[in-house]
Design a protein around this ligand. Structure first.
Ligand code: SIN
Length: 294
C-alpha cells in the first residue's frame, strides 16, 4: 500500500496489511460533496479496495456514487437490470446447484481493449454466514518476484480472452448471459504482462485465467510460466478477505487486484448488484522508475 495518510471526511480502517480498507462515517445515499469525492478517490488509490457499510442505496444513488470513479464500462455479456443498463443483479438461491459466480481468482473483462478500472458490488441480501469475497494485490505479486524473473518477463505480452471464463459462467443460474455473449467473449486482446498502473505508474503482474498464452509462444509452452505467475498472484500474503453485510458496498481496482467469491453458503440466499467502471488501455510506458534495478 502507498504511504498512510489521514483523511478528514472519514476514517479508513485497513482490512489487511496488503490491501483494502473499511471507510467509516460516510453516507452515500445523497449528493457527495467534492471534498469527500476527492478523499474517496485518494483512498481508492491508497488501498485499492474500499468498503462502505450500512448504506441504503437505490439504483440512482448507486449510479451517482459509481460515477465518482469514471464512466461505466458497459458489460456485453450479462443481462442488465431494466432501465439500468449499467447494473447486473447476481443472485444465488439457497441450495442452488452449480458453481458460484466468480468463484475463482480472476479479474473482470480483461479481454476488453481497455479493461475496466473498477468493479463494484452492493449487497442487497447477505447470507447469514459465508459468501465473503477475497482480493489479491498484483503490485505485491510483482514486487515479490526475484529481480531475475522480473527481468525475464517484463516486456512480454499476454493474450487475453474471456471465452473460458464466460463459457463456464454462461451455465450458471446466478446471472443471465445475453445470447451473443459467447461469441463476444472469444475476442483476443493483447496486454503487457507487467503494465504500469494508469494513475500511479506502479507496475503490477497482470496474470489471470483470461490470459490464454504469451505472445510469440504456443498455449502449451506458455502454460507452465503462466501457472507459476498465477500462483505468485494468489499468495495468501498478498490478500484480504471482505465479510459482507446487507447494505455494504465495495469498489475495487480491477486492474491491480484479483478477486474470488467464496461459495461456502449453500443454505442461504445472496443478492449482489454489480457494475464496472471504464478503464484505460494498459501500457508499460509510465512509471518505469518503479521497475527494480538489475
Ligand atoms: C464477481 O466476480 O464479480 C463476483 C464477486 C462476488 O460475488 O463476490
Amino acid at each position: 500500500m502507498e504511504t498512510p495518510q489521514d483523511y478528514r471526511c472519514f476514517q479508513a480502517i485497513p482490512l489487511s496489511g496488503s490491501l483494502g480498507a473499511e471507510i467509516i462515517g460516510v453516507d452515500l445515499s445523497g449528493a457527495i460533496p467534492q471534498a469527500l469525492a476527492a478523499e474517496i478517490t485518494a483512498a481508492f488509490r491508497q488501498f485499492h479496495m474500499l468498503c462502505f457499510r450500512d448504506q441504503t442505496l437505490d439504483l440512482d444513488a448507486y449510479r451517482r456514487f459509481a460515477l465518482l470513479f469514471g464512466p461505466f464500462s458497459g458489460n456485453p455479456i450479462h443481462l442488465a437490470l431494466p432501465g439500468y443498463p449499467e447494473f447486473v443483479r447476481v443472485v444465488k438461491e439457497p441450495n442452488q446447484d452449480g458453481p458460484t459466480f466468480g468463484g475463482n481468482w480472476h479479474a473482470d473483462l480483461t479481454w476488453f481493449e481497455a479493461p475496466p478500472k473498477a468493479t463494484m458490488l452492493y449487497v442487497e441480501e447477505a447470507p447469514r454466514v459465508g459468501g465473503d469475497t477475497m482480493f489479491a494485490n498484483l503490485h505485491l505479486a510483482w514486487e515479490r518476484l526475484t529481480p531475475t524473473l522480473q527481468r525475464m518477463i517484463d516486456g512480454l505480452i499476454g493474450i487475453h480472452s474471456g471465452y473460458g471464463a464466460y463459457g463456464t459462467n454462461a451455465m450458471l443460474k446466478s446471472v443471465k448471459v445475453v445470447d451473443e455473449g459467447w461469441e463476444i467473449s472469444r475476442t483476443e486482446v493483447e496486454h503487457p504482462l507487467v503494465p504500469r498502473h494508469p494513475e500511479t505508474g506502479r507496475p503490477f503482474l497482470f496474470v489471470n485465467p483470461n490470459v490464454i498464452r504469451i505472445k510469440g509462444m504456443t498455449e502449451a509452452a506458455s502454460r507452465p510460466l503462466l501457472d507459476m505467475l498465477f500462483h505468485a498472484c494468489t499468495r495468501m500474503d498478498t490478500t484480504c478477505r471482505l465479510v459482507w453485510r446487507s447494505g455494504s458496498i465495495a469498489v475495487w481496482d480491477n486492474r491491480c487486484l484479483l478477486h474470488h467469491a467464496i461459495g461456502d453458503y449453500p443454505q442461504y440466499r445472496r443478492v449482489m448488484v454489480r457494475t464496472t467502471i471504464a478503464g484505460d488501455r494498459l501500457t508499460v510506458t509510465t512509471g518505469a522508475a518503479h521497475v527494480q534495478a538489475a
